[in-house]
Design a protein around this ligand. Structure first.
Ligand code: NAD
Length: 468
């Protein structure tokens, strides 16, 4: 499952060979080394267009990092913010001795007309070439659906094209670009999302748009173990992405119930024993599964905070050649089971206040895939389910989805080599993701500070060229 090409092109011989043949030269991604690691280090430059609404909040969040925070000069609100922050320094954008930046953060919430978009050029044109390896670009805007005037909605929507293009330009350095669209007044909800997108936790997330709504929830008080006291259910936890999710949520303080089919019990117990969790043998497509799961939760914990629907299968065949059990099983595991389990947990009032439901979709569910009509149908259905339920949930419970691209697991190791290589390279970072990349994104959704993050579908795909 290891990516030998990535290793080879990062040797002196491999580098030269890739250059002379014009082949992609992916850079190893910086991932989190320790849970207490600062979310960003190095030099970060913060800028804003006129009328920016989140700049003071952004400055405050960054001042809690280990970075040296610079503010682009020439904009009044920035200078005020620079004065307010202890670490902030005003920086002349045209100075020759600009540092190499580990992050560029731009507050675009004040952009009201297409002419205002010039502020993006003014900030990024002189700085983008000074972006280091594995760096982060984050733009914060206002959700266009909350803009009352059409020119403002146009300017805010334009940020999506800008950020997605920047991601494609900086991916070859292992760097990422993402956009956060706030609802008006949602500044207090920015903290967990900004920390995630600036940190090594989001190494394989690029070209994404996250919508943050207003919410009354308390911010994260324990950034090192934010899930302390929470109980999590992770389906399909014996291997691959599910095992990484279980480990990551436990690392962040949660007690984990790992679930998998009975034949996977030995593997599952290895995972749960290592994190002091509990193992539950269950086929989620069994009629009795929702009740079995709810009974287990009630008996051991009296309630559940985090439900992660990770279990999934593929049964690939072109539609005309697909046996009906391939269709039925794929829809049942990847879609129907999730809904039935949630229904039972909510009906029995086992889902706790400020709980989290996370579903796993796929880029196949966004773009479709040859030979995967069943899987793509199910994974598209997951998105519909998440978007609809997000509007109905109460008590601070949120639901979001992750759509992984090519992740190095047993599922993708089983692909023919040509398809596997194409999957690895056809993204801005020219490499596959790791299970931990999906797990870190789920941990961000689960963080107590993410109450304003609801109804989102975020791709963990290195900005795959496939789909939107
Ligand atoms: P995997 O095959 O390695 O693991 C899936 C796990 O789900 C296994 O442990 C399996 O036993 C369990 N499972 C399957 N059917 C079950 C059932 N009926 N009841 C209980 N458990 C069941 O897969 P993975 O690559 O780790 O994928 C995890 C999730 O991510 C899946 O939903 C998959 O569709 C999705 N995904 C993966 C990729 C990728 O590149 N690996 C890409 C997109 C989406």
């Amino acid at each position: 499952m290891s990516d030998l090409y990535l290793k080879f092109v990062n040797t002196p011989v491999g580098k030269t060979a890739a250059q002379s043949l014009g082949l992609p030269a992916p850079i190893p991604l910086n991932r989190l080394r320790r849970p207490d690691q600062p979310f960003i280090e190095g030099d970060v430059l913060v800028g804003a267009g006129n009328g920016a609404k989140a700049i003071a909040t952004l400055g405050g969040i960054l001042n809690a990092s280990a970075a040296t925070v610079h503010h682009a000069s020439g904009i009044d609100s920035l200078v005020d913010s620079a004065k307010a922050g202890n670490k902030a320094k005003a920086l002349e954008l045209d100075a020759d001795d600009k540092p190499t930046f580990s992050g560029l953060v731009f507050d675009a919430t004040g952009l009201k007309t297409p002419d205002d978009l010039r502020a993006l050029y003014d900030f990024f044109h002189p700085t983008i070439k000074k972006l280091g390896r594995n760096a982060r670009v984050v733009v914060v805007g206002q959700n266009p659906s909350t803009c009352r005037k059409a020119p403002q909605a146009a300017a805010q929507q334009a940020l999506e094209g800008f950020v997605r293009s920047v991601g494609k330009e900086i991916g070859k350095k292992g760097s990422t670009a993402n956009l956060v669209w706030m609802a008006p007044g949602a500044e207090k909800q920015l903290d967990s999302t900004l920390r995630f997108f600036l940190s090594p936790r989001s190494a394989y997330v690029s070209g994404q748009v996250v919508r943050i709504g207003k919410s009354t929830a308390a911010p994260t008080t324990n950034p090192v173990a934010p899930l302390t006291g929470k109980v999590a259910l992770v389906t399909g936890a014996s291997r691959g992405i599910g095992a990484a999710i279980a480990g990551t949520l436990a690392r962040d303080g949660a007690t984990v119930i790992g679930l998998d089919i009975p034949p996977a019990m030995a593997e599952l117990e290895k995972v749960t024993d290592a994190i002091n969790g509990k193992a539950l043998a269950c086929d989620i497509t069994d009629k009795a599964a929702p009740k079995l799961i709810a009974d287990f939760v009630q008996q051991h914990f009296d309630g559940i905070d985090l439900v992660i629907h990770n279990a999934g299968i593929t049964r690939d065949k072109t539609l005309g050649n697909m046996p009906e059990h391939f269709w039925d099983m794929t829809i049942a595991v990847n879609l129907s089971a999730e809904e039935l389990i949630d229904e039972e947990l909510m009906h029995r009032e086992l889902m706790r206040e400020n709980g989290r439901i996370v579903c796993i979709s796929s880029i196949s569910g966004i773009a479709g895939n040859f030979g995967q009509t069943n899987y793509s149908t199910a994974k598209s259905g997951v998105i519909g389910y998440v978007e609809a339920l997000a509007k109905q949930l109460k008590n601070g419970v949120t639901i979001n989805a992750i759509a992984p691209g090519f992740i190095e697991t047993q599922m993708t190791a089983a692909m023919p080599i040509t398809i596997r290589e194409a999957g690895r390279r056809m993204n801005s970072l020219s490499q596959g993701g790791l299970p931990i990349d999906v797990a870190e994104a789920i941990a961000w959704y689960c963080s107590p500070g993410s109450n304003g993050v609801n109804g989102n579908v975020v791709r963990v795909c290195g900005q795959s060229l496939i789909g939107k």
